[in-house]
Design a protein around this ligand. Structure first.
Ligand SMILES: [Zn+2]
Length: 340
């Protein structure tokens, strides 16, 4: 993730984006097709006895984290990231998901790099041919690249691997639940990390970093409204063994409250709080595109962007806390008509 502290200053750039986001959302809701999609989502029946969060396997998530770390440093464009991508693709497919690589090239301060996002959707038996045209309600994203450091070995056990590991375990559970998964797209973003630094321009959007999410959002804006997500959950840095998720203030408030309420319902409220600053992360291009979004991130991590972001700093328990909370929030979202 991007340096949170430097981002305090960029918050003033982000705030105008909020106004734009709210305006665009109002426009989006004018779309009759999208209203129909929202209505279909609100028919989702949440059965507490079969709640998805109950079966989240934190030990399995930790294995996914370890598997990514074992590939070594995984900066955008590297061979190691290619191997990691093959692992993620194989796992998603084994859980029944169809994976669509979204590849693009961009010139960076390190030369031209090919970035590849991984989109995953669960094919529905009734309309297998429409997997990628199907209206969906929720995009759940995580970046899987690690920041490039020449001077030391950076394996990103927390920053990169943790959130992607939670995403994979959620994919396993959702793979068995098409009634919920039909409304979901899972995305592994490439190139979240800046190759040099993230400094945003006056619009609040960085030119270095968020490569994958900026590209996804740009393509998405050209799609028919009905094919765009209604909302987004972003996971980033969720494995710290000393977990405290402080939701950045540049998240959509109703979604932040949904996460906090879900955590409280699971008696995990002490691990979540409202943050007081905004940050630049993969949710920003979606906010700027009018998609309500929340960033589930624990910024208070002393090993952040150091050689110490290693396995000894993370825990299965923390992955479980975030995984279970996110799954309950998803089911509450899908079954609540007042959600954006
Ligand atoms: Zn980072």
């Amino acid at each position: 993730m991007v340096h949170g502290w430097a981002m305090w200053t960029s918050l003033r750039f982000l705030l105008p984006g909020f106004v734009i986001a709210v305006t665009l959302l109002t426009t989006a809701c004018d779309s009759k097709q999208q209203q129909a999609a929202a209505l279909a989502r609100n028919l989702y029946h949440f059965d507490a006895s079969k709640a998805l969060h109950k079966d989240f396997d934190a030990a399995a998530a930790l294995e996914h984290l370890k598997a990514q770390v074992a590939f070594g440093p995984r900066p955008a464009g590297s061979e190691a990231l290619g191997k990691c991508r093959a692992y993620l693709t194989g796992q998603l497919q084994s859980f029944g998901w169809e994976v669509q690589p979204q590849a693009f090239k961009e010139y960076t301060s390190k030369g031209e790099i090919e970035f590849i996002n991984l989109r995953a959707r669960l094919p529905m038996q009734s309309e297998a041919s429409k997997t990628w045209e199907r209206p969906y309600a929720m995009l759940i994203g995580s970046h899987y690249d690690t920041k490039l450091f020449g001077a030391f070995n950076f394996v990103g056990a927390n920053d990169g691997a943790s959130s992607t590991a939670v995403l994979l375990e959620m994919a396993r559970l959702l793979g068995k639940r098409p009634d919920a998964a039909q409304f979901v797209e899972l995305v592994c973003f490439d190139g979240e990390e800046a190759l040099i630094d993230y400094t945003p321009d006056a619009s609040g959007m960085p030119k270095d970093g968020l490569y994958g999410s900026r590209h996804y959002a740009k393509l998405m804006r050209s799609w028919p409204k009905v094919q765009q997500p209604l909302s987004m959950f972003l996971l980033d840095m969720v494995g710290d063994k000393d977990l405290l998720v402080k939701i950045p203030s540049n998240s959509t408030p109703i979604l932040s409250q949904l996460i906090l309420a879900s955590a409280a319902e699971l008696d995990l409220g002490k691990y979540f709080a409202e943050g007081s600053g905004g940050i630049t992360d993969d949710h920003v291009p979606f906010l700027y595109s009018g998609i309500p979004s929340v960033d589930i991130i624990d910024l208070n991590y002393t090993a952040w962007h150091t050689s110490s972001d290693t396995l000894d700093q993370v825990s299965a328990e923390s992955l479980g806390i975030v995984g279970r909370t996110t799954l309950l929030a998803l089911e509450k979202y899908l079954s609540t008509s007042t959600m954006p």
